[in-house]
Every structure is written in structure tokens, then in C-alpha cells.
Write a protein that binds this ligand. Structure first.
Ligand SMILES: Cc1cc2nc3c(=O)[nH]c(=O)nc-3n(C[C@H](O)[C@H](O)[C@H](O)COP(=O)(O)OP(=O)(O)OC[C@H]3O[C@@H](n4cnc5c(N)ncnc54)[C@H](O)[C@@H]3O)c2cc1C
Length: 554
């Protein structure tokens, strides 16, 4: 070995620095190896929301939740299936037990967290929480990172706004409450800058805080250090091989190796093999999401499962310079005065459903009728009122959107159908039927708007339904929507201590895994916001507890 640590973490994902803090608290040495030049992974560019049932912030606000309620909900939403070993009942129970303890541990370590006041669980099922079970980072001043500041992966939100504030900003032309939010965010930006602070939010704040605490605790972190191989002796993983500056280095790990290296959303070969019909061009994951550690662990005998699952998220791809990048349009789909249709002009989904279910519906529909891409069809009130593909300029959209046929327009629905190559009669009938539902305030086909989540995602200022509005004021517009993703969700099979398992159920000693490198504890379900990062942190915590004290881990 060129060097040896107690614990080596592959990838600087969600669980990595949480595991490092547990290890450091137990007096163990830790090394985190990150392949790219930047720390934080997709977690840093995300919303940073963690789904943590029965958490301390709910209790502090008097919001009812319990272990039993959370288990009932996961039983209903995730369930027991032979092909989802990552979501076994033992793992679900362990998640419900460990996730709130992980949060308590982080708070005790000085990590500042809070809950989002309202983010309903996604499914109507026993045990659901309408206020929601989300935990997020407080805003974080990344100037505290000193020289490390430039090595933290940037987030998706450039303003120091809490997520619930950011979601209100598009309404600022219509609502005094939103104007007040804007004033507050501008005031916060200016006052923090005057005080020499650089406040960040969401996933960047979460990973910024974690990086700060991990460095303070004495964890070692190296970037540009991709792991290419696991070292195995007598069936036990004893270290890793990294390539650094063109040379191979062997690094020993006395207590174990934790794989937190993300999924395979940027590996087209693996997508073709496991989730055919999807494309690496539709992903918002960080550049390192290329799946090689899943394959390396497989070579060492690890079982994989749930490889066909993903955290789908509907995307549009507006023209961009130098490259066109996908833009999340999930919130757009739920707003009034718009519907999604397949390539025949037929509506086929509950547009205000969770991002995961929307993409599942798109992929399933495409097996019957061409539906990739589908079309988001809106009227002129939609365009004037809501952001479309990240643009909030009302009807005055960038000229390139029209020139490059990203945004199609028609004075009438027939003209729009012609511009999109849709059957005009079918589109006309679809819109007429939907308009009837919108006028009655009940979607008789797909129940859009019946669940608390749909209403939360729609437009609180629109009545009587926050999500149903007729499509009748021309001109009409449409954009193409793809079943993109913000992660894959399948990978290494692990137990309730995050130990990697072989196909026969035996443990690969010394090898742990968390995050999207693993077969998710959420199986094929998605209970609520934060169902990826919550588990990544929690299994990182559980892995480090076990590795630092294999006989006494909870
Ligand atoms: C815009 C957006 C918003 C989102 N919002 C949320 C949200 O609020 N809540 C939620 O739960 N999910 C959210 N997601 C999804 C979520 O961000 C990801 O599923 C999650 O962050 C994945 O975390 P991870 O711990 O598995 O690994 P990641 O955070 O992806 O980190 C893995 C790291 O490992 C590195 N790596 C890969 N291979 C190697 C190697 N061989 N050697 C060394 N390093 C390697 C990668 O470069 C990367 O830095 C969002 C995603 C996006 C894009």
C-alpha cells in the first residue's frame, strides 16, 4: 500500500461526509476520494432535500408523525417485491429507525438544518404526511470554506433563497406576498455581501456545510482522484487503487471501503442495457455519474438489483450555447392552462403527479403509442403567467426558441397541431374534454388535482383548482418533453448496515455502499421529496457506525 487509512470513501456524494464525521467522532482516520475536480456530486447541484420520517423538526413544530406511521406509509408505497431486495422490510425498518438518528447526529455535530414548512408526501396512502417530512440545510456561507470554496460543486440556484421562497418568486408580478419574498431575498443578498459573506442554498449549502465540518473534523479529501479498482484479499475488501496524475496508487482501508460514487445516468451503454429507451442526454446529474464503481463491485462478486429504476424527471431541451442542456419542467406540467399529450394528440397522465411517476407514465405510454417526446400544450394565459422551461419572460420568449422550433405556436389549436405534426381532430377532442374537466374542477380521466401534492405543485393563486385551467385563449403553444432523470436508482444490493451483498446473500467483508450506487431502499416507489439524498446520508451514517464498531453497531 502507498498509504493506509481506517476508512476510505469512494466519491463525495451525499453519504460520504456524513460517514466521515461518524468515523472521525470514533477517532478513526478517513479519506474521501473524488474523481472530478469538484466535491459534492449531484447532491451539491440538487435541492438538497432529505426525506426523513419522524424527524426532530416535525416534533418541534408539533407535526404528528411516528415510526409506525412512517412504516405503514413505506409498506404501502414501496411494498415487498422479490425483485427489489434493496427495499426489503428489514431495510425499510432500519431506514425509519436510522434516518432521524442520523439527523440528530448531524445537528450535534453543528450542521444547521431545518424543515421546509410545506412539501406534501407524494402518495395518497396510509401514514402519508401532508405537511411533509423534508429536512434541508440552512443557508450556508461558503466563504467559510477558504481555499476549498472553489472546489465545491455549484448549486442550481444562484440566489440565497430558501426553496420555499424560490418557488414563490415566479408569482412576483401577481402577488404581494411574492413581492415581499423577493424584497427579502434581495435584502439578504446585499446585506450578506456587505458583510463579506457568500450565502448558498439547497444542495450546495448542504454539501458546503458537510465539507466544512468534515475538513474541521480532520477528514482528508482529495479531488481528481478516481478509483478504478477495489483491492481484495481472502474475499475481504482491503483498499482501492486510484489513478492520480497518470500513476496508480494503492490505498489501504483497515475498517472498510464505502462506495458513494453515484449512479450511471451518464453511461449510455449501461442505460441501453438496463433502462432501454432512455438517454444520457436527458440527465441533470453531475458529470461523474458514470457507473464504473457499480461494475467494479460486481466484478468482485457484488449482487446488483433494481437496475431499471430511476429518479425520472420531465425535461425540455431549449436551444443553448454552446450546448443545449436539459431543463426540468416538472412544475410547468402541473400549472393550469396546460396538458401533456402523446404524439397522436391524446392526453394520458396526471400531469401534477410526482416527477418519477410522470416519467414512468411517459415510458409506458411510449410502448403503446409514440410518446417520447410528448408535448406540453398550453394556451396564451399559461405563457403570460408561468415560467416555461426556466424562462419567466411571459410571451416574449427568446427568438432562438421559435427559430429552432423548440417553442411551436399556432393561432388556433388546428394550426398548433399542424406545427407539431399532431392529429388536429384528436388534439381538438382532447382539449375539449379536458376543458370540460377544468370547468367542473374535477379531472374525470386522471384525477389531476385530487391529491394535496398536485395542489401544492400547481398555482396557489388560481381558483377554483390550483392545477386545472381551460386551454382556450389563443395563440396556443407547445414544447417537447422528455422522460429525463436526476439519477438512476438501481445498483449494489446492501443490507441494513449498508454492507454490500453477494447474490447468495453473504456479505462482502469490508465493502459498504450508499446513495445511487445502490439498489434503493425506496424500491420502485417515491414516497416524497428527498427520497434519494435522505437514504444516501442515512446509509453513509449506518455504514460508518458499523465499520467503526462492527460488533456494536445499532
Ligand atoms: C437539480 C436536481 C435536484 C435534485 N433534488 C433532489 C432533492 O432535493 N432531494 C433528493 O433526494 N434528490 C434530489 N435530486 C437527486 C439527487 O441529487 C441524487 O439522486 C443524489 O444526490 C445522488 O447522491 P449520491 O450520494 O448517490 O451521489 P452523488 O452526489 O451523485 O455523488 C457521487 C460522486 O461520486 C463521484 N465518483 C463517481 N465515480 C467515482 C470514482 N470511480 N472514484 C471517485 N469518485 C467517483 C462522482 O464524481 C460524484 O461526485 C436532485 C437532482 C438534481 C439534478
Amino acid at each position: 500500500m502507498n498509504e493506509t487509512f481506517d476508512f476510505v470513501v469512494v466519491g463525495s456524494g451525499g453519504g460520504s461526509m456524513c460517514a466521515a464525521l461518524v468515523m472521525r467522532a470514533a477517532g478513526r482516520s478517513v479519506l474521501i476520494l473524488e474523481k472530478t475536480a469538484l466535491v459534492g456530486g449531484t447532491t451539491a447541484i440538487s435541492g438538497g432535500v432529505m426525506w426523513i420520517p419522524n424527524n426532530r423538526f416535525m416534533a418541534a413544530e408539533g407535526i404528528a408523525d411516528s415510526r409506525e406511521q412512517a412504516i405503514a406509509y413505506l409498506d404501502a408505497v414501496v411494498g415487498d417485491h422479490e425483485d427489489t431486495p434493496g427495499a426489503s422490510r428489514e431495510r425499510r425498518l432500519a431506514y425509519v429507525e436510522q434516518a432521524p438518528k442520523m439527523i440528530d447526529f448531524l445537528v450535534a455535530q453543528g450542521v444547521q438544518l431545518r424543515r421546509i414548512p410545506s412539501w406534501p408526501d407524494y402518495c395518497e396512502a396510509p401514514g402519508e404526511s401532508v405537511p411533509g417530512r423534508t429536512v434541508v440545510s440552512e443557508l450556508f456561507d461558503i466563504n467559510q470554506l477558504g481555499d476549498w470554496k472553489s472546489q465545491l460543486r455549484p448549486g442550481f440556484l444562484p440566489l440565497p433563497a430558501y426553496l420555499e421562497e424560490a418557488m414563490q418568486l415566479p408569482d412576483m408580478k401577481r402577488s404581494w406576498a411574492s413581492k415581499k419574498v423577493l424584497a427579502r431575498v434581495i435584502g439578504r443578498t446585499l446585506s450578506s455581501r456587505l458583510r463579506g459573506r457568500h450565502l448558498t442554498t439547497a444542495g450546495q449549502a448542504l454539501q458546503g456545510q458537510m465539507l466544512h465540518r468534515a475538513l474541521q473534523s480532520g477528514a482528508e479529501i482529495r479531488t481528481g482522484a478516481g478509483v478504478k479498482q477495489l483491492l481484495v484479499e481472502n474475499g475481504r475488501v482491503i483498499g482501492v487503487v486510484i489513478e492520480k496524475d497518470g500513476k496508480d496508487l494503492q490505498i489501504g482501508a483497515r475498517c472498510g471501503v464505502l462506495v458513494n460514487a453515484g449512479g450511471f445516468a451518464r453511461n449510455q451503454r449501461m442505460l441501453d442495457q438496463y433502462i432501454p429507451g432512455t438517454s444520457a442526454a436527458w440527465t441533470k446529474t453531475a458529470p461523474g455519474d458514470t457507473g464504473e464503481m457499480i461494475e467494479e463491485a460486481q466484478r468482485q462478486g457484488a449482487a446488483i438489483a433494481q437496475m431499471d429504476t430511476r429518479v425520472g424527471n420531465p425535461m425540455a431541451i431549449p436551444p443553448g450555447e454552446p450546448d443545449a442542456e436539459p431543463v426540468v419542467v416538472h412544475g410547468d406540467l402541473a400549472k393550469p392552462h396546460g396538458i401533456v399529450v402523446d404524439q397522436s394528440g391524446q392526453r394520458y397522465m396526471r400531469e401534477a403527479n410526482s416527477y418519477v411517476e410522470i416519467c414512468k407514465a411517459m415510458l409506458a405510454r411510449n410502448r403503446e403509442v409514440p410518446a417520447i417526446p410528448s408535448w406540453l400544450v398550453v394556451d396564451s394565459r399559461f405563457l403570460a403567467t408561468y415560467p416555461l422551461a426556466g424562462d419567466m419572460r411571459g410571451k416574449k420568449k427568446p427568438q432562438a426558441w421559435f427559430d429552432q422550433q423548440f417553442l411551436r405556436r399556432g393561432e388556433t389549436l388546428e394550426a398548433l397541431a399542424a406545427a407539431c405534426d399532431l392529429d388536429p381532430a384528436r388534439l381538438g377532442a382532447t382539449v375539449e374534454r379536458f376543458n370540460g374537466f377544468a370547468r367542473n374542477g374535477r379531472d374525470g380521466d386522471f384525477h389531476r388535482g385530487d391529491h394535496a401534492y398536485d395542489q401544492w405543485l400547481g398555482d396557489a393563486l388560481h381558483s377554483p383548482s390550483p392545477t386545472l385551467g381551460t386551454i382556450e385563449d389563443g395563440p396556443f403553444y407547445a414544447i417537447q418533453v422528455y422522460p429525463g432523470d436526476v439519477s438512476t436508482y438501481g445498483g449494489l444490493v446492501t443490507d441494513e448496515h449498508a454492507r454490500v451483498l453477494r447474490a447468495d446473500g453473504s456479505v462482502i467483508e469490508g465493502l459498504y455502499a450508499t446513495g445511487t450506487s445502490t439498489a434503493s431502499v425506496m424500491g420502485r416507489g417515491c414516497p416524497g421529496a428527498g427520497a434519494s439524498i435522505g437514504p444516501s446520508f442515512t446509509w453513509g451514517y449506518a455504514a460508518a457506525l458499523h465499520a467503526s464498531n462492527p460488533d456494536g453497531a445499532a
